[in-house]
Design a protein around this ligand. Sequence first.
Ligand SMILES: [Zn+2]
Length: 88
Amino acid sequence: MQLFPCPFCGLREETEFHFAAEAGKARPEPAGQVSDDGWAKYLYFQDSPKGRSREIWVHLACGEFFVMTRDTVTHEVTGSEALSGRSR
Ligand SMILES: [Zn+2]
């Protein structure tokens, strides 16, 4: 089993985490002028890069969302940081 680093709790088993979204994805604005296709693309489509990826994950045990940098091919985790402006 792989261990993931929560920036608040330290290393924990991967079963305690859940993928939330790709990091850096901008919400389309203004919301009232976004087409249905625009919303669908924002909500349901991911880039899914091969290799290094920055993603938002949630640690289910503490409920904190954070950015994890990992390689989608090797599964190596190279970074874990709180979302900006969040700390405990
Ligand atoms: Zn945690």
